[in-house]
Every structure is written in C-alpha cells, then in structure tokens.
Design a protein around this ligand. Structure first.
Ligand SMILES: *[C@@H]1O[C@H](CO)[C@@H](O)[C@H](O)[C@H]1NC(C)=O
Length: 587
C-alpha cells in the first residue's frame, strides 16, 4: 500500500519498489480475474439451477392438472386419441365429436411420460391451459384444438429462448414469434418447448442447462439435432405436430433419426421473426423454421395454416404466397433425379438401400428417374458453406461462448475454432495429404479476410445456385431423391463428424426446400454390410461414421426429397408420393 502511495505522490520508485509494485499489481489483477471467474461461475450455476427449477415446476404443475382432469373426466379415451393422425384429429375436432380438452390433456399426459424417458422438453407452456379455455373462438382455424410443440429458440411471450446458452437465460421474450401468433390464430395450442444443443451448434441435442435428449427408438442413441427435442417428442408420441428450425439439417436429421417427417421450407417462405439464432448477420447460409410431424399430410396442413393473410400482415417481408393446394394434390408423373452417394460421404448401407428401394417403387408408380450428382460438392460445402457461416473466422461465436461451460458433446467440434488463424492455415496444409476433407474444413474456418472477400463469397454462392438450377434443367429433373443421414448416432459422435452434413447442408446453401420421410428400418443385413464400410476418403471421419451408426438394427431409415426454391408444395407432394409408394409396398 505504501509503495502505491509513493507512486501516486509522484516520487520516483527504485527498482525494488518497482518490482514490488509490479508484483502487487499482478496479484491484484489475478485476484480480480479470479473473483470474476468465481462470481461468474457462481452466477452461472445459479442461473442454470433457476432454469432447471422453472422446468421442473412447470412439469409438476402440468402433471397435477392432468391428474385433476382425469379424475373429473374418467371416460376420456386417451389411447384412441393418441392413435389418430392429424387429419383425422382435426376433422373430429371440427365436427365436435372430440373436445379440445380431451385432446389437449391426452397429449399433455403423454408428453410428460415421454419427457421422463427421453429428456426432450425444456418446459411446459402453462399459458396453454388458459388458451385452451378460449380456443372455441378460433373454431374456424385450420388447426383448431391441435396441441403443438415448439423448439426452445422460437419465441413465446415470457419464456426464454436460451439456444442452450446460459448467457441467454433470464431474458424472457417480450412477445410471441410470428409463427406462434399465427398458430394460435389458427386454433392451435402451443403447449411445450423442446430441447436443442448448446448454441444450436450441433446435430446432436445436448446443452449444459437441460442435458442430453435421447432417441425414442433406442435410448442408447441420440435423437439428433438441432431440433432434437421435437424429433424425440414427436417420435415418442408426445406430440403430433412441432416446429423446428434448420440451417444445416436441423429439422431433417432429428426427423430422420427419430422416424418422423420433417420439412425445411425455402428460407423466407415462413416468417423467421422471433426465431432466435445464436448469432445474426450471417447471410451465406440462411436458416428456416419448418414443421415436423408423423406424416406428410400434417406437414402440408401446417404449411397451409401458416401461409395465411395473418402471417403476411404480421411479417410483410414474407412473400404473400398462400399454400398451393393444387400443386400438392397433383398426380402428374414426376421427373426425379436421384443419387445414392454424393461422392463426398459414402452413405451407410441403410441410407443407400433406402434410396434403391424407393427409386424402384417410384419407377413402378410411373415416375421417371434420372441419375444425378451434385456439382462441386467439396467446394460448395467448405468454401461456400463453412467459410460463409464462419466468415468472421468464428469470432462472434467465440464471444458468445466466452463465459459458457462447454457441453461435452461440443468440445471436439469447437477445439479448432479456438486455434489462431495461422495455425489453422498450417494445419490445413499439413493435413492435406492425410485427409483432404479435414484440410479443407481447417482452411474454411479461417473465414474471409475483408469486405471485398465477403462480397466475392456471396457472389460465389449466387453463382453456385444458378449453376445448380441450370444443371437440373439440363438433366430435365423437377425434384431430387437423395439419402437422409442415418441411422441415429451413438452419443458423442455428432460433434466429431461434420462431413456427413454434405447430405443436408448443401440444400441450405442452395436455398432449396427439402424434407425427409421414413421409409424403412435398419436390418441385420445392413448391419452386416456396415462391417465392410470403408468410406470414400477412408479418413477419421469415415471411421467415426462407421462407429457412430453401428448397433442400429431396427432404427428408422429415411430418404430426402428436394425441390427448386419456392416449390415447397412440390417438395411436399413428392414426399407424399414417397410415403404412399412405401405404404402400398408393405401391404
Ligand atoms: C453404438 O451403440 C450401439 C447400441 O447401443 C452398440 O451396440 C454399439 O456397440 C455402439 N458402437 C460403438 C462403436 O460404440
């Protein structure tokens, strides 16, 4: 203290004093940092505990309400209600042969059971109990009386959109997202929020606040992500319609892993107002909200309900294009491009078999199938996709994660993000002969250097989209049938295998609508064939992929259907076609 006073009084300190001063300053500095870390750790812990308590309390209150309802309504046939498809359910609700209360409480009860097994919910929206009382005034709505689950990052008034980040806790949304508002207007009842991975960064589904979500078909496997809570809840029967979001496969992967249908619409077709991303401003690859459900008709009904004047007036940035029922219901034979292997990631045996079987069924049904290969896939994924998403060299993301404890599922994935640019560049060069795919990713994680480079990057993405559209025209195809990643992975693998995203992320970059439909389950033969899986590059990612999908017998297998931008109805119609031919082949 004396030394500091001397210093302040302007006396020239001798060397010893200087050394002591430095030491003291360092000590104080260290103490401040320690205190800050300590305080922020304690604060972090408290915030997480509060969020968990909120979840537990909402679940308990919902459970009590369900019990009370069951006591006063002993004749409700919940088991029957839970077997109805969305179109049957909406019909019976509109006719009045089913009451919204019976439907709501049946699904609420089932959701609570499924959540206990799979840890898929981040909280019950207790406001839904009040909405139920007044839902009769929306009897004309297309989703009158339908309980709907929503992904945690979709704003619902007075509830957090944490995106799995502790930083974002205790900042409840000021108002409903446009999608939630329109759902309510159409008579739907958003009743529960569902889990997602930390910072929405993975196609797994785990975060330090709410933990890991499990797969409804095998709890040893992940539900996939990032809309993994939706996948698990719908796949487990606790919800029959949900809203997820997709920037690299986040609707399609959990749908595929959990055996349900999911659509990633053309970005911009549905309002993204109130859909919270981890960071904003990134324009190379756009995210879009999308429906997830047990069958394609449910996805179509949800799109039809959302694409209404109410949405167009709430969010005038959305093109006022109502759902084209005619396109969806058309039975004109289709010209379908197909691929079993994209030349970048060798598909698992069940992924490839799914394509072969569906291709044959579609041909039998009178459609024309043409082999197709995506253009310059490695360039598109790394140079356009990864470099675009991380154009800032991952700076914004790292700022978001600064005070966050990292989820174990993300550690391996995030490690390279923290390396300095020069080291990423060196590693990219060194890795080139060993693993060209890893090398390209390390290089892409450096981002772009200047505004000029960013503009060039955006122009290159536009060029790639035009070239691909021209290529579809040249091949004379309207839609594309391609593999859907699967079956569901073992835990801790998603964060280490970015390469498989070639099957989904390409269509985000292209802004093409894309959806998945379950078509089969993994057989013992698939499992046997997997033993001989080598991969195209035979690098670490190929080895890890083989391990990740091992032991998957009985798990759902899906295919993916893609269409050109704004042809969301055609994409759904194609998905419906796939669903039908598969259903007929089982008879
Ligand atoms: C993956 O999980 C399955 C199912 O639990 C198991 O049979 C298999 O051995 C696991 N594979 C690896 C490589 O851990």
């Amino acid at each position: 203290m004396q030394h500091i006073q001397l210093f302040l009084q302007g006396e020239k300190p001798d060397n010893r004093t200087a050394a002591l001063l430095t030491a003291a300053a360092c000590g104080v500095g260290a103490l401040v940092v320690l205190m800050r870390t300590f305080n922020s750790r304690r604060e972090t812990k408290e915030k997480v505990q509060k969020a968990r308590d909120r979840r537990t309390e909402s679940l308990q209150r919902a459970e009590q309400s369900v019990l009370r309802y069951k006591q006063t309504h002993p004749t409700t046939d919940s088991a029957l209600i839970l077997t109805l498809s969305l179109s049957e359910l909406t019909k019976q609700l509109q006719e009045g042969s089913l009451s919204p209360e019976d439907v709501f409480y049946s699904y609420m009860e089932k959701t609570l059971t499924v959540n206990k097994k799979l840890n898929c919910c981040t909280g019950v929206l207790l406001e839904s109990f009040d909405q139920l009382k007044t839902v009769g005034s929306n009897k004309e709505g297309l989703l009158y009386g339908v309980p709907v689950s929503i992904k945690e990052n979709l704003a619902y008034k007075n509830h957090d959109c944490s995106c799995g980040l502790i930083l974002n806790l205790d900042q409840p949304a000021q108002k409903d997202s446009v999608i939630v508002e329109v759902l309510k207007k159409q008579g739907a009842i958003p009743f529960v929020k569902t889990n997602l991975p930390q910072a929405l960064l993975s196609y797994d589904c785990s975060n330090p606040i709410y933990g890991q979500t499990l797969n409804p078909h095998n709890p040893q496997k992940t539900s996939g992500g990032s809309s993994g809570g939706e996948g698990a809840l719908i796949g487990g029967g606790g919800s029959l319609l949900g809203i997820g979001s997709d920037i690299g496969g986040s609707v399609r992967i959990p749908s595929s892993f959990c055996g349900i249908c999911g659509l990633k619409p053309t970005p911009g077709r549905l309002s993204s107002q109130g859909l919270i991303p981890t960071y904003r401003g990134q324009k190379s690859v756009l995210s879009s909200p999308g429906p997830m459900a047990k069958d394609v008709d449910s996805l179509a009904l949800c799109m039809q309900a959302l694409l209404c004047d109410h949405m167009f007036s709430l969010d005038p940035t959305v093109p006022p294009l109502p759902f084209n029922v005619q396109t969806y219901q058309s039975s004109k034979p289709l010209r379908i491009g197909y691929l079993e292997n994209d030349g970048y990631t060798q598909p698992s045996p069940s992924m490839a078999r799914g394509i072969r079987e569906v291709k044959a069924l579609l041909e039998q049904a009178g459609h024309t199938l043409v082999p197709y290969r995506p253009l310059k896939i490695s360039y598109a994924l790394c140079e356009l996709g990864v470099r675009g998403v991380f154009a800032d060299g991952t700076t914004t993301l790292r700022q978001k994660l600064k005070w966050e404890p990292l989820d174990p599922s993300l550690r391996a994935q995030l490690f390279p993000y923290y390396l300095p640019k020069w080291l990423k560049n060196i590693l990219s060069v060194l890795l080139k002969p060993l693993s060209p795919r890893a090398s390209a990713i390390f290089s892409a994680l450096c981002g772009v250097g200047s505004v000029q480079d960013l503009w060039k990057q955006h122009a290159a993405v536009e060029d790639y989209i035009s070239e691909t559209i021209a290529d579809w025209r040249r091949c004379n195809i309207e839609v594309l049938l391609c593999p859907s990643i699967g079956p569901a992975f073992n835990f801790s693998y998603c964060g280490r295998i970015a390469t498989v995203l070639s099957y989904t992320a390409l269509y985000n970059l292209l802004t093409f609508p894309a959806g998945v439909v379950p078509v089969s389950t993994v057989t013992a033969e698939d499992e046997e064939e997997l033993k001989h899986f080598k991969g195209i590059y035979q690098d670490t990612c190929d080895k890890l992929f083989k391990q990740a999908v091992s032991g998957g017998e009985g798990l759902p297998v899906a295919v993916q259907c893609v269409a050109l931008p704004w042809q969301d109805e055609l994409c759904l119609r194609f998905m419906k076609e796939v669903e039908q031919v598969v259903k007929q082949s089982r008879k």
